[in-house]
Design a protein around this ligand. Structure first.
Ligand SMILES: [Cu+2]
Length: 117
């Protein structure tokens, strides 16, 4: 069987593509992740200490009977999660400080804060 002359180039291309795909996966694995559970109209924990100046991932699990919307105004983020569902979102690096969050569907009780240190 004759090997096409283009094969080495395409194999190299695939190797490079694989390397580029692998790099973000490694970055994701290294990113700190914080879990919040929405239940009975509240968030647990309600205070989440995060490293300052570092991107991080929030994983929200909704154990309410209905949907919840996790929201922050600074930085602006909204994450709608159906009952029984888990979703993640990435936060940009935060300067040291306190950043409130709330559940838009339970605004009186679902309140919390990120504390970036
Ligand atoms: Cu909203």
């Amino acid at each position: 069987m004759k090997i096409p002359a283009s094969l080495p180039a395409s194999v190299l291309g695939m190797t490079l593509a694989a390397a580029f795909l692998a790099a973000p996966a490694a970055a994701r694995a290294d990113m700190p992740t914080f879990e919040v559970v929405a239940e009975n109209g509240r968030f647990t924990p309600d205070t989440i200490e995060v490293p300052a100046n570092t991107r991080f991932r929030l994983q929200l699990t909704n154990r309410n009977v209905g949907p919840e919307e996790f929201e922050t105004s600074t930085p602006f983020k909204e994450l709608v999660v159906g009952p029984g569902v888990s979703r993640t979102t990435i936060f940009p690096p935060l300067k040291p400080g306190t950043y409130p969050f709330f559940g838009e569907f339970h605004p009186e009780t679902a309140k919390g804060r990120f504390v970036a240190k």
